[in-house]
Design a protein around this ligand. Structure first.
Ligand code: ATP
Length: 206
């Protein structure tokens, strides 16, 4: 019997996804293929009601939009774990939960540039680095100098490799998308048709 049972390469991609946009989809597709993932878990966070930033945007609607946006990707599930858990969604707790669920997993955590730069301030950062390998999807055109410096610093401090994906960025944020919705602009360059339908039907982000 083999002693080296191959671990399941599991990607975790969390976010507010308010709403999920084509930049998120591009990042998820790149993550799946460049990291040769066996499974990808999309994890919309719970946002407590007092932090609600846009009329009508509930965790359930963000979850539905994520299922529409990411549902067609291979080997991908959208999880409602953090939404069901409620409260503040700490990544370290989600990682511990995923490892308890299946100790044979090897977890890769996807962060955009902005998240990578602040990762060392997250709750129990050292535990995050020991529970998973960090993967960064660049969000902006231009120099990666700052990202590379930060990634090297993490590797030195936490003894873990940090991977920076090589695909070109898709420069877009949910903030920009919400602005376009308020301006009643054409959204087809930013969102999938299904997500546009949900936003229109529910009157979100106006
Ligand atoms: P907001 O503008 O509301 O802050 P956002 O576009 O940054 O939203 P989030 O849901 O906060 O989206 O992000 C979830 C994760 O996706 C984060 O790790 C973030 O860095 C990453 N991300 C967001 N947009 C992109 C993008 N265009 N390319 C790569 N990663 C992205």
């Amino acid at each position: 019997m083999s002693q080296n049972k191959k671990k399941r390469r599991t990607g975790l991609f969390g976010g507010t996804f308010a709403p999920p946009h084509l930049g998120h989809l591009h990042a998820a597709e790149t993550f799946l293929s460049e990291m040769a993932l066996d499974e990808l878990i999309i994890m919309p966070t719970f946002i407590p009601p007092h932090k609600e930033h846009s009329a009508g945007d509930t965790p359930e609607l963000r979850f539905r939009m994520c299922r529409s946006m990411f549902g067609a990707l291979p080997r991908t599930v959208v999880s409602d774990y953090e939404i069901r858990r409620e409260g503040v969604s700490y990544t370290v707790n989600t990682l511990e939960h995923l490892m308890e669920e299946d100790p044979e997993r090897e977890i890769f955590l996807l962060c955009g540039t902005d998240m990578l730069l602040t990762l060392d301030t997250w709750r129990r950062a050292a535990d995050i680095f020991s529970l998973c390998e960090i993967v960064c999807m660049p969000r902006y055109d231009g120099s990666l100098k700052e990202v590379i410096r930060k990634a090297d610093g993490y590797s030195e401090r936490f003894g873990k490799k940090v991977t920076i994906l090589s695909e070109d960025p898709f420069v877009l944020s949910s903030t920009e998308v919400r602005e376009k919705i308020r301006q009643r602009s054409d959204l087809s360059e930013f969102l999938s048709q299904d997500v546009i339908e949900i936003i229109k039907n529910e009157g979100l982000y106006l």
